[in-house]
Design a protein around this ligand. Sequence first.
Ligand code: M6R
Length: 612
Amino acid sequence: MCGIVGYIGTKKASPILIDGLLKLEYRGYDSAGISTMENGYISNMKDKGRVKNLYELEGIHDLSGTIGIAHTRWATHGKPAKENSHPHMDNSNTFSVVHNGIIENYQELKAFLYDNGYHFLSQTDTEIIPNLIHYYYSRSTEIDEKLLHAIHLACKDLKGSYAIEVLCKDEPNTMIVARKDSPLVIGVGEDENYISSDIPAILSYTKNFYLLNDGDLAKLSKNQVSFYDLNLNSISKELKSIDWDVSACEKDGYEDFMLKEIYEQPKSVRETIGSRLKKNEKVNFEDIGFTKETLSKFNKIYLVACGTAMHAGLAVKPMIEKLCHIPVIVDIASEFRYREPLIDENTLCIYISQSGETADTIAALKLSKKEGATTIAISNVIGSSITREADYTIYTHAGPEIAVASTKAYTSQITLLTLLTLYFAEVLESVDAKVINEIKEELLLLPEKISEVLQDSTKVKDFAHRVYTEKDIFFLGRGTDYTVSMEASLKLKEISYIHSEAYAAGELKHGPIALIENGITVIGILTDPNLVEKSVSNLQEVITRGAKTLIVTNQELNKENYDEVITIPNTNPLISPILSIIPLQLFSYYISKEKGLDVDKPRNLAKSVTVE
Ligand code: M6R
């Protein structure tokens, strides 16, 4: 979704700002703009369309300011258009503001500002912010920190979510930023500071970051950052070092980030396992340190997330129930948060989010904390919002995921949840050690087996070439294979725009089989030896009705029955999603390429969904 970049230092700001915006393109956007502090005025240049178009705006190469703010907008209030793009300025051109998030009471504030003589050029909620700041600033009686006070008062009026950067013409060596429910980090350099909504945008300039909390404000000069809480009390913050590699945010010779991230999975899964699992040792979650007594009090576990992260939850539900004997409910965060779910102090709620910034997941987490549940956050982004809200945090360590379609985060989430399940089962002594050891051994073999799956993608590529013009594609499976079907179907929809459905194979006869007609494509996933015969029968039913079939399996099958069979290495069925999803990630990727689409930045989608 929208992205923010800022710079305050000694170098020309505009190239740094545009470079940062280019690195944020993956988040999804429809317009872009920058404001820089020039000699005695604020320049504001923006338009709808791609970031690179900014280079064509008249006068952009003449900008010489060393302080600036920048933004990529993903339209919420008002269509993609120049006037709705950020930065927005107040009526007197004294303030320039970029904003991520949604101001829920903007109509009310707009009416108030109208009554006080202000007018508006856009349909956005954001445009009220510079005008509200002007309202307080122009009436201020403060002698010190007039700007900071005005921004603080404006923020107090805002309901909803925001991460903002503010420039003021009267204070040309200062920038003020603030956040609530929308991410913002400050990167610290020598005689310069960088601001961004996402670490990758400024990772090539610094690895030292301050993370802002909800309600925080920061005042920046080129060599100083001062922090304030919501009551404007001065606060101090710890500088954190992020160990992400800059090259991890680049394509490294791959055509697209998605392809790179698919091929990174042997490494990312290995990193997720890290030092938590070593041969012949117990699983290590010292950082959580649950006792048998603590774990025994949980009478249910919620796994709450959105999209792919929710599918990772679905994939591990059977394993948690089987190994820990605790009922598991997997829920969509946007449903959970409005349904008054039955949770109390005997509930364990696990929140899964690659970005750690998904608005619904954060809101669901806050709700369950209020009801007394114990909360664990699983995230890929150090210091992200859910990690700061949850009682416990565990990181997937998959490395930055840039492509909008999530791939390596999914396999790392399942890997981490598997480790957590094994840890719970060991502490609870709920299952024979032999069962646990077998899964542990298989888990350690996974990076090798993923490499094996990735070695040859010819069959997947060929099948994608045969079916890329289809209008509908169906995915079938049972048990964990059904959960992989859902993820594979989501991937296909996202990046190929082909309509697709995932069905539990046993449900077919209860309705969906009516959709099967001559020539339709059906993809079957068959990795559980206990269910394979049943699924084979269901596939036979669609083949009889003329379906073309692609099968992903680790079982011995009569290959002649199918149009294409992709054989993957055998593993414990409880963790097979980590292997079986990989050819299907590639399938979506190659379909998207065949159709000539933008794989990494599919239409209408954003990498992190920071509004509900
Ligand atoms: O950052 P999160 O894991 O919380 O994101 C959740 C979903 O928005 C995300 O998984 C989405 O479904 C992906 N685009 C799927 O590829």
